[in-house]
Design a protein around this ligand. Structure first.
Ligand code: PLP
Length: 379
């Protein structure tokens, strides 16, 4: 198999030192106490990057595990849960709530725009009897970015616990967990961290743990029960054998981010995303989102008479580049360019935009412009 250049909004390209870290010889992570320190240091470093003093955990399982575990641990039968929905992942939280017996109440809005804070404020004035609320930071299928810095403090004013799916945003978008009052922040190894898929990252506040402790009925399930992690360090006991090689890879990825500096990393994402959007628009394409752009992914409507699948397969066949379409209501209507983590970098964007330019012109799209020149103009 020839590996293509991966420009999807996760998984992303993985740097060599991350791949090498995963190939190292390893100890027994259950018995060797030095691994507990290594694990905790890795969690603490992530805590620094996302600006929280809350406990951070790394769980063995892809990002979806974090979403399910948050819902499993918080939801009791008949609990009302506010599901803030302006995208596929946003709406999907409601399914986890239902699986665990809760009652999702959807706050559903226009999918081409970020959540409007004023509308949410008005909604909460009429109904705020929710145990917790779920919201997605960057809803990846459409690339919409929600303003967590305003949404979570507003929810907390009403005593609502906040669960944020930041899988596609964490370390690509600013995230100040403590200042923004995020009770559970969820991340995944394969998005802007640029490690391979397989790990969920969670920060959990005291309020969230308290809500779990105050349950009348016990949590259903074991892998999704977040309370089993709480004392791992003092007891030197993990609920199950940790995937040590995956964690060594993630640690290298986290160190890469710290070496560069989180602020520099975020600035890099912002500049790349700004230039990508500006270039695509002036080139003559339409962005799917109208307000609230994520700096980790750009979602572009396909031009008339050209389908997403045609673009994607031509790029793979002719340039060995893997970009992505979308799914659900966006299936075959848009293409998505992931520029998160290792992929938020000018040389890579120049390569992909140049190939996209040739692909579109080959498929009959007319533009006087050159995408790469436009990218440079906006960069
Ligand atoms: C990637 C992602 C997840 C994890 O889901 P997969 O589809 O299994 O990759 C969860 N939430 C968001 C917003 C994501 O982008």
């Amino acid at each position: 198999m020839i590996k293509p250049f991966v420009f999807t909004p996760g998984p992303t390209e993985v740097r060599e030192n991350v791949r090498m870290a995963r190939a190292m010889e390893v100890t027994n992570p259950d018995i060797d106490e030095s691994f507990y320190d290594f694990y905790k240091q890795t969690c603490d470093k992530i805590g620094e990057i996302i600006h929280t003093k809350n406990d951070v955990y790394i769980l063995s399982g892809e990002g979806i595990l974090g979403l399910e575990a948050a819902c499993a641990s918080l939801t009791e039968p008949d609990d009302r849960v506010l599901v803030i929905d302006n995208g596929i992942f946003g709406e999907g939280f409601g399914d986890f709530v239902k699986i665990y017996g809760g009652v999702p109440v959807y706050f559903s809005t226009d999918r081409t725009k970020e959540i409007c804070i004023e509308e949410l404020r008005e909604f909460l004035k009429k109904d705020s009897n929710f145990k917790y609320a779920t919201v997605v930071h960057c809803d990846t299928p459409s690339g919409v970015l929600n303003d967590i810095s305003k949404i979570c403090p507003l929810l907390k004013e009403h005593g609502i616990i906040t669960v944020v799916d930041s899988v596609a945003a964490m370390v690509g978008e600013p995230l100040n967990v403590d200042d923004w009052k995020v009770d559970i922040a969820l991340g995944g190894s394969q998005k802007a961290f640029s490690a391979p898929p397989g790990l969920t990252i969670l920060s959990i506040s005291k309020d969230a743990f308290e809500a779990m402790d105050n349950r009348k009925k016990s949590i259903v399930g074991f892998y999704s029960n977040l309370t089993i992690w709480r004392d791992y360090y003092s007891k030197k006991w993990f609920p199950y054998t940790m995937p040590i090689s995956d964690i060594m890879g993630l640690r290298a990825a986290v160190d890469n981010i710290i070496d560069e500096g989180i602020e520099t990393v975020l600035e890099r994402h912002k500049k790349i995303a700004h230039a990508t959007r500006g270039a695509l628009r002036e080139y003559g394409l339409s962005l799917y989102i109208k307000e609230g752009y994520s700096n980790t992914v750009t979602v572009v409507e396909t031009p008339n008479n050209i389908t997403a699948n045609e673009i994607i397969s031509y790029m793979l066949k002719s340039y060995n580049i893997l970009i992505s379409g979308s799914f659900g209501y966006l299936s075959n209507k848009v293409i998505r360019i992931g520029h998160m983590g290792e992929n938020a970098n000018t040389e890579k964007l120049i390569y992909i935009l140049n190939s996209l330019d040739s692909t579109l012109k080959h498929l009959g799209f007319k533009s006087e412009n050159c995408l790469v020149e436009l990218f440079n103009k906006y960069y």
